[in-house]
Unconditional design. Structure first.
Length: 185
């Protein structure tokens, strides 16, 4: 056995030893940049992109001069969009759940979307009338005689009209239902 120490292993070349950390740092930076780009473009962080607009569906109609306009509210309550109103041609008459009681209402609807919503309401009025009569027939005189009951009925009618429009034409768009007449007998 020899008392001479084993030769020390050779050190790696100076160039390769310096390039490995640099290449690793570049890979990490590229990965971080790609991840950041994905997160911002997909909307995970930051503003993202505006939602894609379907040209076949109604578009919100912005109020002209909305920035300078006084604090007016539209059907959605923010004053930013133009409101269009449409009054149904005939009144609705339905029996209430109470014996020998009925309700008769005139309805108007409001939308902040373009004229396609009103056109859809006019075109599908028989289906909308049927849905409205169904909702009216579920009511009691005591319930709809109160302010809270009338507001609840408006919400139910709006939902029924929007569901009917969604089923028939693929979009709703009615933001509010108004009573133009209201009789319980």
């Amino acid at each position: 056995m020899s008392d001479t120490p084993a030769p020390a292993p050779k050190k790696k070349s100076g160039l390769i030893g310096k390039l490995v950390p640099v290449i690793g740092a570049l890979v990490l930076l590229a990965g971080g940049a790609a991840g950041g780009w994905y997160a911002t473009t997909s909307g995970l962080i930051g503003g993202g992109h505006a939602p894609k607009v379907d040209k076949n569906k109604p578009q919100l109609v912005e109020r002209e001069g909305a920035e300078e306009a006084p604090a007016q509210t539209d059907a959605d309550g923010d004053g930013h969009y133009e409101t269009t109103y449409f009054e149904m041609k005939r009144e609705f008459t339905a029996n209430l759940t109470d014996p020998n009681r009925y309700i008769q209402v005139g309805l108007g609807v409001a939308t902040n979307y373009d004229n396609r919503v009103i056109e859809a309401v006019e075109k599908n009025e028989p289906a909308i009338r049927s849905a409205v009569l169904g909702v009216l027939g579920e009511q009691t005189a005591d319930h709809v005689a109160t302010v809270a009951g009338k507001e609840d009925l408006q919400r139910r009618l709006r939902a029924a009209i929007n569901k009917t429009l969604q089923d028939k034409v693929g979009f709703g768009g009615i933001s509010q239902v108004y009573f133009t007449s209201f009789v319980i007998q």
